[in-house]
Design a protein around this ligand. Structure first.
Ligand code: ZN
Length: 457
């Protein structure tokens, strides 16, 4: 085992991927193996309900064979020949679906005073425990920590999902957080993209106070590197962002509501949306091939006892104080965002999903499940939501040839669930086993190891 690790480390160093800070690597193979479930590498999951991630209906009484880290066979249990040497696990009443591919994730949590702490210990384990086997971060205060964390996960030194790292938040000076990368001009936009791309960031995020010129620099330079740009928009509107060539917009239509207003707001309530303006924006987004990331957080839902036990006492105190305070009514705006999302999909638009777990008791993994449930509650068919959270996410990242659906030859990234989330989405919470590249992980062990740590580490 040690020989494998040092070979991987040497190979990474030779390719120039290993940051000098990792000369003494954090974690170890032993750290990862403590979360391994007692399931052999080559195994047949027998008599399961297969939800393949393509949006096709679930198929009952199937057997799925995992061999050498990949899916070797899928078919009706009756009649499927299981290769010799492959152990059988009968799992009646369980569904198997592709590992979730979630696109607005964070490895940090709000600590107060416009600063976020890295959650490099707790969040990778909690994402994995929830069946999130691939994720894209959506900005960070601690880009080097995220980049080195990705490396450690790739080298099997830390248990966590496959990571695609977005660099720091590119923001204007007028209204920035303390961890933002302040970018004032087009030239600075180009310079920052070059810097973070060289360090391993594969996606970039423009934030709400970034200027038009700076955004133009970021987008042009990222596209020159064949990398994508997303945005939490504000100063730049949705229409303007499409015209600048943005690839992806976070929080879907949330940032577009102001420009869809039929008239001036009275200062109290938001102005009602204009359906003609909304239809025109939907057409523009679809024509521009812009992918929207929806992040439907369930902020009104109190935390479960299990979630509360994961939070560090300080983070729990902050959450309780925040939850108890009087809050603004955002229900009507949220409902309208969900309506626009359905119109966008009906017009051929591509919607992907993220949890945006980084504050307000939104915990990695748990918040991902709640986002899927919220979309079903908002009227999306469960099979469509599951496809968005698997195959569509993988397609967005350009890795759908390898992961994102259950198909022979693909990597064995999959989740075993007690129940059937294609009928009852809440079943998605009952994760029994998670496979990543054929390695089985135990969700209970992953979660138990980080009790009391969320918000701190
Ligand atoms: Zn976010």
């Amino acid at each position: 085992m040690r020989a494998c690790l040092s070979l991987a480390t040497v190979a990474a160093a030779a390719l120039g991927f290993l940051h000098p800070a990792l000369a003494t690597p954090p974690g170890s193979l032993a750290e990862v193996s403590q979360f391994a479930a007692p399931v052999p590498r080559d195994v047949a999951l027998v008599d399961v309900n297969v939800i393949d991630g393509t949006g096709s209906p679930a198929r009952a009484h199937q057997t799925l064979v995992i061999k050498d880290g990949r899916i070797a066979a899928i078919g009706p249990t009756e009649g499927l020949r299981i290769p010799t040497g492959v152990e059988q696990r009968r799992l009646p009443g369980r569904s198997v679906l592709p590992g979730l591919v979630m696109l607005h994730e964070h490895m940090m949590y709000f600590s107060g005073f416009r600063v976020w702490h890295s959650q490099a210990v707790s969040f990778p384990r909690l994402y994995l425990a929830a069946g999130v086997t691939t994720l894209r971060t959506a900005g960070t205060d601690v880009p080097m920590t995220d980049l080195n964390l990705k490396l450690a996960i790739d080298e099997h030194r830390i248990a966590g999902p496959r990571m695609f790292v977005t660099g720091p938040f590119f923001n204007g000076y007028d209204d920035h957080f303390l961890g933002d990368d302040i970018v004032r001009t087009e030239a600075e936009g180009r310079r920052e993209v070059r810097y973070w791309a060289a360090r391993g960031a594969t996606s970039f995020k423009i934030y709400s106070a970034l200027s038009h010129d700076a955004a133009r620099g970021v987008i042009a330079e990222a596209h020159a590197h064949h990398l994508l740009v997303t945005g939490h928009l504000g100063r730049i509107g949705c229409r303007e962002a499409v015209e600048l060539g943005i690839d992806n917009i976070e929080h879907s239509f949330q940032a577009c509501l102001a420009e869809l207003a039929a008239g001036a707001a009275d200062g109290q309530a938001p102005a009602p949306p204009d359906p003609a303006k909304a239809a025109a924006l939907v057409r523009l987004l679809v024509r521009g091939g812009v992918v929207l990331t929806t992040t439907p957080a369930s902020l009104d839902r109190p935390l479960s006892a299990e979630e509360r036990a994961l939070l560090h006492p300080t983070a729990l105190g902050n959450y309780d104080a925040w939850f108890a305070r009087p809050r603004e009514e955002s229900g009507a705006a949220q409902d309208y965002v969900r309506t626009l999302e359905r119109q966008f999909i009906a017009a051929g638009g591509r919607l992907v999903i993220g949890s945006d777990a980084q504050d307000h008791g939104q915990i990695a993994g748990y918040a991902d499940h709640h986002a899927l449930e919220a979309l079903v509650d908002a009227g999306h068919p469960p099979l469509s939501v599951l496809r968005m959270a698997t195959l569509d996410g993988a397609r967005f990242l350009g890795i759908d040839g390898e992961v994102g659906s259950l198909a022979v030859g693909k990597r064995a990234d999959l989740v075993v669930i007690a129940g059937d989330p294609s009928r009852t989405m809440a079943d998605i919470e009952a994760v029994e086993l998670v496979f990543k590249d054929g390695q089985a992980f135990d969700p209970k062990a992953l979660r138990a190891s980080v009790r009391g740590l969320v918000g701190w580490q």
